[in-house]
Ligand binder design. Structure first.
Ligand code: NAD
Length: 252
């Protein structure tokens, strides 16, 4: 198994080093080894919390209840997480010219904390909040979460984390930029996404239709593996990126 991982990582490194416009597409799996569980699965967040706290209608009607859980998951808990070798390798790949952009479904800012510059946050970010009434935005560090829900100092409206809830559309600029990068990509490097969340999951399919070579890293097979993946590195993000890093930087 380890040999196959090595062989596939070496092939992937060679494809990436010859690419002109490689783009990474990441999901919750890349942050699992930073201590942030995914939503789904046995250890997933939805096995412990009720997803209704992220439903827009529920949040609007019960902002205090939703915020109590949101604070616990996304601020007390996520806030302590640090980038792992997968985030760090992607940032190094960008610096060395092997990668042009990261499109992430994650809201944890770990790509930016690792040093990635071109990061498109397809589902928004937990680093900001937005007023539900006047749409003013606040950095999370500039507001207090001692009294919940936090409110807008300008108009008194309830602040909501600036990531999308169930029932909300994709932020316009992130959507447009993701499409642009997807169309430019000659290699798409997928990590840690089930491919079940739409419309995010349509991007790798669009890249493939456009002629991009698809590399996928995941311990489990996914809809991408079954449909479009050219090289499947079946492993955890940390071990896979550690090998990719060796081939790209030390031995290449
Ligand atoms: P998902 O929860 O549906 O699936 C996670 C995927 O990660 C699975 O395919 C799993 O096999 C894989 N995985 C598990 N451990 C891994 C590891 N160590 N290395 C690599 N892969 C691993 O995730 P999703 O498809 O990204 O969709 C869930 C949505 O929930 C996302 O759109 C995202 O917005 C949100 N979410 C974000 C975070 C975060 O910001 N870190 C965490 C949970 C959920």
């Amino acid at each position: 198994m380890l040999d196959l991982l090595r062989v596939n990582a070496e092939k992937a490194a060679s494809v990436l080093s010859e690419s002109e416009h490689a783009v990474a597409f990441t999901g919750a799996g890349i942050s699992v080894e930073s201590g942030i569980p995914p939503f789904r699965g046995e250890e997933g967040l939805w096995s412990r919390y009720d997803p209704k706290i992220l439903e827009l209608n529920y949040f609007s009607a019960h902002p205090e209840d939703s915020w109590k859980v949101i604070k616990e998951i996304f601020y007390d808990f996520f806030g302590k997480a640090k980038p792992n070798i997968a985030h760090i390798t992607l940032a190094e790949m960008e610096k060395s010219g092997f990668l042009k952009a990261v499109i992430t479904q994650n809201i944890d800012s770990l790509h930016q904390k690792a040093g990635s510059r071109k990061v498109i946050e397809f589902h928004g970010t937990s680093e900001k909040t937005v007023c539900m009434r006047c749409k003013r935005k606040y950095d999370i560090g500039s507001i207090s979460l001692d009294n919940l829900p936090p409110v807008c100092i300008a108009c008194g409206g309830v602040l909501k984390p600036d990531f999308i809830f169930f029932g909300e559309g994709i932020p316009h600029d992130a959507f447009e930029e993701s499409i642009k990068e997807t169309e430019l990509a000659d290699v798409f490097l997928l990590t840690g996404s089930t491919g079940l969340v739409q419309p995010a999951a349509s991007l790798p399919f669009k890249a493939k239709q456009n002629g991009a070579f698809i590399i996928e890293i995941n311990p489990e097979r996914t809809v991408f593996t079954e449909g479009i993946t050219d090289i499947f590195i079946q492993g955890k993000a940390s071990e896979s990126f550690s090998l990719l890093s060796d081939f790209l930087f030390d031995e290449g």
